[in-house]
Ligand binder design. Structure first.
Ligand SMILES: [Zn+2]
Length: 89
């Protein structure tokens, strides 16, 4: 049986199994930075890199609805990401 080596997407440390999501997907947690993640997500907006793309599109003049349509996520999710991203900086 082939096994896949799972590493933390943030710091590349080893991970351990951390239960299952409501969708049934296995969740993993990093031993180093305690970041929790899944290998597959049911909703596009939770995939790695989508948060950065939302900000990039807003910076290049895309509206909330444009961004939602292109990334296949809800306009409400786009607004939530933009609001939260300004609070952190
Ligand atoms: Zn980590």
């Amino acid at each position: 049986m082939a096994t896949i080596e799972v590493l933390c997407p943030k710091c590349s440390s080893a991970v351990y199994r951390h239960g299952k999501a409501a969708s049934g997907e296995a969740r993993y947690r990093c031993r180093g930075c305690h970041h929790c993640f899944q290998l597959n997500y049911r909703y596009e907006a939770n995939r790695p890199g989508v948060a950065e793309r939302i900000i990039d599109m807003a910076m290049n003049g895309s509206g909330v609805r444009d961004t939602g349509r292109v990334l296949k996520i809800s306009p409400t999710t786009v607004v939530r990401h933009l609001k939260n991203s300004t609070q952190r900086r």
